[in-house]
Design a protein around this ligand. Structure first.
Ligand code: GDP
Ligand code: MG
Length: 397
């Protein structure tokens, strides 16, 4: 096992003097960007291990049935004219956000495939398993000034599992979401419907319902520094005409944004929105983000493709821009912090990592409900069909 030590690792300044019987202060992890500049860390080219789909009833299927095909309008000199408000609210079936799915769909995929995972015996026992969206939040943390987060962590048969917990503030925001914001969320999904078809080589059909229960999720393997990663992320569509048809390089992320008219508006877009777009697509190796710019009436009249690997160029010379190295070094430091905190191998034991803008990441310890998130069926099926990898117990930091 390689050393997980880094200069900035949390806990190093907290170690009590030998012989000092005082309890050591709870360790925490600072998030200031200045602490995480430095060379870009190793990040393994993400490879797809498999996929799954969720249907209109949010039921799991271990196949690609929900994958859609990129089908932009013909480029015959005409601009698009997509009415993103069409169908709202009568042809909208939003997912029930009260249902906290935690890692369940990903665990179901893992349970079916953990015997055939590449990487050799024991690979999974050394890995971190989570959603791509959780890693996105970690990447953007050093620059985030609005929304905090909470991540629950448990170790089971060596593997460290990370699952987001909705913060009380996020819950209040969700339950009091203004009607205009609800419509804006719909409009993002409606754009996907204008840009995607159910089969390759076919034109999109925007006449149907927008059902946000439906999802196609790619399951990916990567590694950040010495942290092997297995994560899943929702993919909007695949481009049948991509130079390589091999996932994830054929995948396309679709986004909408407000039309911009001044250099100041573009600058702010590069500083804030492009950071989120970059973090989300860089993690799974999705090479292109296609943006639809909407006017105040809710019509998309222009499209622009942003290659993920070129996004940083827009802020490289901006003193108030973001830096991919900072994002990735912070994420690596957090993963080390979590690995060193969650020592016991026990699915009922949960460490809750909490962060609010302006402060450090802090930790609290919990047992069972409400925070335990590894469902009993994971442990039960593991006993019936043990994996080839041998369970490990981490050494204390
Ligand atoms: P993203 O990067 O934030 O879009 O999240 P992921 O791609 O990692 O999505 C992981 C899973 O969470 C998928 O099944 C998504 O459909 C689901 N998901 C994504 N965003 C949300 C959300 O805001 N609320 C809930 N409940 N689920 C979400
Ligand atoms: Mg999208």
């Amino acid at each position: 096992m390689e050393s997980r030590g880094t200069k900035r690792e949390a806990g190093e300044i907290e170690v009590a003097e030998p012989g000092n019987k005082l309890p050591r202060p709870a360790p925490s992890l600072p998030t200031d960007p200045a602490l995480y500049s430095g060379p870009f860390p190793f990040y393994r080219r993400p490879s797809e291990l498999g996929c799954f789909s969720l249907d209109a009833q949010r039921q799991y299927h271990g196949d690609a049935r929900a994958l859609r095909y990129y089908s932009p309008p013909p480029t015959n000199g005409q601009s698009p004219n997509f009415d993103l408000r069409d169908g709202y609210p009568d042809r909208y079936q939003p997912r029930d956000e009260e249902v906290q799915e935690r890692l369940d769909h990903l665990l179901r995929w893992l349970l079916a495939h953990r015997g055939q995972l590449e990487g050799g015996p024991g690979w999974l026992a050394g890995a971190i398993v989570t959603w791509r969206g959780h890693l996105t939040k970690l990447l953007t943390t050093p620059y985030e000034r609005q929304e905090g987060w909470q991540l629950a962590a448990s170790r089971f048969q060596g593997t460290l599992y990370l699952s987001e917990v909705e913060t009380p503030a996020a819950r209040v925001q969700r339950l009091t979401r203004p009607p205009l914001l609800r419509e804006l969320m719909y409009m993002g999904y409606k754009f996907e419907q204008y840009m995607c078809a159910d089969k390759p080589g076919v034109s999109p059909d925007p006449s149907g319902e927008v059902n946000t229960n439906v999802a196609f999720c790619s399951v990916l393997r990567s590694r950040l520094g010495n942290h092997p990663l297995l994560f899943s992320g929702e993919v909007d569509c695949t481009n049948p005409q991509a130079p390589s048809t091999q996932p994830p390089t054929c995948y396309v992320e679709l986004k909408t944004s407000k039309e911009m008219h001044s250099p100041g508006q573009w600058k702010s877009f590069y500083r804030h929105k492009l950071l989120k777009w970059w973090a989300q697509s860089f993690l799974p190796g999705v090479p292109n983000v296609v943006a639809g710019f909407r006017n105040p009436e809710g019509f998309v009249c222009s499209l622009k493709t942003f290659p993920t690997m070129e996004m940083f160029e827009y802020v490289r010379n901006d003193r108030d821009g973001w830096n991919p190295s900072v994002c990735m070094n912070f994420c690596a430091a957090f993963l080390s912090f979590a690995q060193n905190t969650v020592v016991e191998d026990d699915p009922r034991l949960v460490y809750l990592f909490s962060w609010e803008p302006g402060g450090p990441v802090t930790v609290s310890e919990h047992r069972d409900a409400p925070h335990a998130f590894l469902p009993p069926w994971v442990a039960a099926v593991s006993i019936l069909a043990p994996s080839t990898g041998s369970p490990t117990r981490r050494a204390a930091p």
